[in-house]
Design a protein around this ligand. Structure first.
Ligand SMILES: [Cu+2]
Length: 67
C-alpha cells in the first residue's frame, strides 16, 4: 500500500470536497481518502493504480493538483 498527500488548487468549500470525494469514490485501487479543502490524503494499492492516475481523476473533476 502507498500513501500520497496532494495539494489541490481551486477547492474552496464543502461542495468541492464532495466533488473530489465523488471523483475518487469507487475507483479500483483507492483504499481510503481523506479529502479537505485544498488537500487530499489518499491510500492506494500501487499495483492497481498510479499516483498520476489519482491526480488525473482530481483534475478531470475540475481542480488542479500542485506538482
Ligand atoms: Cu466549492
Amino acid at each position: 500500500m502507498a500513501e500520497t498527500k496532494l495539494a489541490i488548487e481551486g477547492m474552496s468549500c464543502q461542495h468541492c470536497v464532495m466533488a473530489v470525494k465523488k471523483a475518487l469514490g469507487g475507483v479500483p485501487g483507492i483504499l481510503e481518502s481523506d479529502i479537505q479543502v485544498g488537500s487530499a490524503a489518499v491510500k492506494y494499492d500501487e499495483t492497481k493504480i498510479k499516483k498520476e492516475d489519482i491526480e488525473a481523476k482530481i483534475e478531470n473533476a475540475g481542480y488542479k493538483v500542485k506538482k
